[in-house]
Design a protein around this ligand. Sequence first.
Ligand SMILES: [Zn+2]
Length: 175
Amino acid sequence: MKPELLHCYHLLGLDPRLPAQRGWPVFREAGKLCELPPDRYGRIPLLRPDAAAAWLAMQAAAERDGILLELISAFRSYRYQTSLLQRKLASGLALDDILAVSALPGCSEHHTGCAIDLASGEADVLETAFAETPAFHWLMRRGAEFGFVLSFPEGNRWGFLYEPWHWCYHGNPGT
Ligand SMILES: [Zn+2]
């Protein structure tokens, strides 16, 4: 584990062996990032340049098919994830309850700068109901063309929650 990530576990008072003990992946934090247009909350999302280009191409293709894809969340740093957990721990929530919905620092795919959380206006943000939207069906049909893969399908191998809104760029197959 990298020193900056170890420091996050120190800040949280958590054992840095937790990810390994639970069999969870540890992701490297993105180096180069580029800015995208502001999201609905006025924040500037960041993505790795190749993932950003792929996302914009995918969004434009969806729009041509009459599908609205909205970016809700992109890159998150180790530090951001650490402060999120700090707030939850300070509010008195049990660690296991926190980890049922939030990743440990290092274990969020959003650290890579390639993961995106999407909405489409038809469903509440970050709800399983996103799987019932035309946008989700469009993504299942055409996401791979742009290099995007559904990271956490139902029954995924890490036991993470089903997240139909969470997609990750794995490189364009160049069809
Ligand atoms: Zn996500």
